[in-house]
Design a binder for this molecule. Structure first.
Ligand code: 48H
Length: 258
């Protein structure tokens, strides 16, 4: 077969633009491609919602690739083992209730399952703002990550969604944007981002599911962003809460939107 370079280029440009146009309007837009965002996307896509995930980095997987201190293993407690099994991720029981999995297998399998279920992933795109109208948050304002990195003054574009999920981890970037715009109106105890507290895995993992939910009309939190918004501790390299909180936000939105 004789190859035409221009056909290769056209295939990429047309294919990408079709996807982007298709996702100008969707049910749920997820910000951040760590374990909680991918898991949320998996369950929502599986339930038939139209859902896209926007990740500012080249790679998807957030803080999971490096396990604990670059030792690429993660621990999942008993409650989260069910999700590892559903995804087809292998793990070994280290001590009763502590399951160890390979972080590379976990990220790659989660992502594979989520995209096969119908989650659309856009990498290299940064969320720089949200669209707030009468109903609350009604979409995301996005730009190429490289625009922000290079400090270029280039205006973003906007995508519409019925709900937005902040899965940006420790910095809870989307909630931060909303707090900056609306002031102390968040559905937290103080109306503001309360900030993550110091390491306490047991407490962090037991409160995370209570923290998952709507923090402003149309804006939901999951994963580490949920604990950061509500002032709960961090948990280190135990990932059951990330998987379970992704599932929980998906359950809330499936019930609301289906
Ligand atoms: C687009 C963005 C933006 C933006 C950030 O940090 P993550 O892995 O998030 P979680 O909550 O799924 O998982 C947290 C976990 O990895 C972790 O850090 C744990 C358990 N820590 C405990 C501890 O004690 O340290 O992923 C968030 C993703 C990243 O890939 C970011 O690049 C991305 O969000 N992101 N994407 N637009 N503005 N901001």
């Amino acid at each position: 077969m004789k190859l035409d370079d221009i056909i290769v280029s056209k295939a990429i440009v047309e294919g990408y633009m079709q996807d982007l146009l298709d996702y100008m309007e969707m049910d749920v837009a997820i910000g951040g491609g760590g374990p909680s965002g991918i898991t949320a996307g998996y369950y929502m896509a599986k339930a038939g919602l139209k859902v896209a995930l926007f990740e500012k980095k080249l790679t998807i997987g957030g803080g999971m690739w490096g396990g604990g201190m670059m030792l690429n293993k993660i621990v999942v407690q008993e409650e989260g083992k069910r999700i590892l099994e559903e995804m087809g991720i292998s793990s070994q029981e280290y001590q009763s209730g502590y399951h160890v999995a390979d972080s590379i297998e976990t990220v790659s399998t989660l992502l594979s399952q989520a995209t096969k279920a119908g989650l659309k992933v856009f990498n290299l795109i940064e969320i720089e703002d949200v669209m707030i109208k009468q109903k609350g948050v009604e979409g995301l304002v996005i730009n190429w990550s490289t625009v922000g990195m290079s400090g270029l003054h280039v205006d973003p574009v906007t995508v519409r969604s019925k709900a937005v999920v902040d899965a940006t981890g420790h910095p809870c970037e989307v909630v931060k944007v909303v707090e900056n715009k609306v002031g102390p109106e968040l559905h937290t105890k103080t109306g503001r981002i309360m900030g993550e507290k110091s390491m306490w895995a047991d407490r962090a993992e037991s409160v995370i599911l209570e923290n998952v939910g709507e923090v402003y009309p149309g804006l939901y939190v999951t994963g580490m962003a949920a604990n950061a918004a509500h002032g709960s501790p961090r948990m280190g390299p135990i990932f059951g809460g990330m998987l379970l909180s992704g599932e929980k936000v998906a359950q809330i939105l499936i019930e609301k939107l289906k």
